[in-house]
Design a protein around this ligand. Sequence first.
Ligand code: PMV
Length: 363
Amino acid sequence: MIESDFILKDFEVLNVSNGSVTWKTPSNIALVKYWGKQEPQIPENTSISFTLDACFTLTNLEYTKKEKKSEDFNFEIFFEDKKKEAFKPKIQQFFQRIEQYVPFLKDYDFVIKSRNSFPHSSGIASSASGMSALALCIMSLEKELNPTISEEYFNKKASFLARLGSGSACRSIEGELIIWGNHSDIKGSSDLFGVKYPYEIHGNFKNYHDTILLVDEGEKQVSSTVGHQLMYNHPFAKQRFNQANNNISKILEVLQNGGLKEFIAIVESEALSLHAMMMTSNPYFILMKPNTLKIISKIWEFRAKTGSNICFTLDAGANVHVLFPEKEKEIVNNFIISELIQYCQENHYICDRIGQGAKQITI
Ligand code: PMV
């Protein structure tokens, strides 16, 4: 599909005056990372992520048709029951970017009410779950206006719109493994939206766990917008994009054949490569904290001692995502509690696992 396939035409067929819709949308954690993009939110390499479950955003969108279409977008935004003026510019920019695909936005007054299942200041990016939840609410309104759209189109366009809000948000519509970015090994893959992993996922990766250790709560030191920009003129950018695309080819097989050791090697290397890009950019940054490194070395020690398949990945921050298979959950949970929690800020951590994607909620 190409961009013009996502432009809604003839939407005045049905006249929808008002309504309300709610979506619960998960966050996701990349196994092969997206870092570097071109306008408009086109990734430099393919990425793949586990859709999460416990970390989600719940967004309600109320819409009321204006008497007359106006020149401006009209919306109010509440976050965790409080009016949040600070979020307005980001939503305004999102609406501007998507308006050509959903031309009814200026026909309605909107009230957006949103909350996260995880603390806002935990250092967990809320843009993936937040932007995908809003994209799905807007798609529900589109479906009211044009009920003939198929479920497949609905999901693809929701992912397409979410991508224009925040790149990784396009991987938060469906579960359990989502690929974003055109790749020669994956038929139907696209730079414009996320697609489901196309093969049978090996049993080893079913119910995979992700315990998120909150090493550094608070605003990120470097926003992902700035981080992506640092990949322009980066001395290792080209090699990095090739490395990621090769890792995609490898992980596609591993996810089918259940090779846990190969999985660990790819996932940990991806996390460290992302951080290596930040350390070698201009200006340069170290996003890990001393406790991030302590946790990593404890994980390696535990793995060497027990033969466990525990591993870690990182986002563009200091928090550590500890990944492990369902059948090791007891031994790894005990290890996390007895040895790793001490390195978290105020002992904070979140137990999450691979999830099935967004759900519409009827209230
Ligand atoms: O979606 P953005 O622009 O916030 O970028 C997210 C990038 C990483 O989380 C660091 C990696 C990824 O693929 O999710």
